[in-house]
Design a protein around this ligand. Sequence first.
Ligand code: HEC
Length: 165
Amino acid sequence: MNSTSAKFVASRVQRRLQAVAAATLATGLTLSIVTAEETPAAAPAADGAAANVWSGVFSPEQVVRGRRSYNSLCARCHGEALGGGEDSPTLVDKDFLKNWYGKTVGELVEYTRTEMPSDGPGKVTRKQSTDITTYVLATNGFPTGASELAPDPEKMNQIQITPKK
Ligand code: HEC
């Protein structure tokens, strides 16, 4: 390769990286969504054992919807990146997850629906709360799957929030 074509290739690589960086910024969320296909070991047990959050219990579309509602109803206190604010706790990582491991997705949805926003709870619908919860879970690294999480308390109460095995 002569130096002219090497430069040409280098500048194409450069442009490609810039394009990837721009796409990453534009679709930061989408790129960070993990799909359940990548964690086949966590598929629901065939014997009908309860699913857990590692088996892909909500869809990517639902997460996107949840993010929209989160941004309008929750971000002013918990922050755009869910990291928490002055008086509001973080909704990501260890400090958040330690409060929810061993509980169910249904409990998290119900807590959000009945206790949040802390300065005027009771206006978030169960459907909204379900969508928002999928966004919170996805942001914490739990994978998406093929189907939406139905806003059905009985079903959601069977989905455990557990650490990765
Ligand atoms: C007015 C500010 C405010 C808004 C808006 C708000 N929250 Fe909160 N949130 C808080 C505060 C303060 C706490 C801590 C409550 C406590 O300790 O009793 C909290 C706690 C939580 C928790 C429990 C955190 C943990 O570590 O267990 C969750 C989950 C949560 N909020 C979700 C939401 C969601 C989802 C929304 C949007 C529907 C929302 N919050 C809107 C202030 C707010």
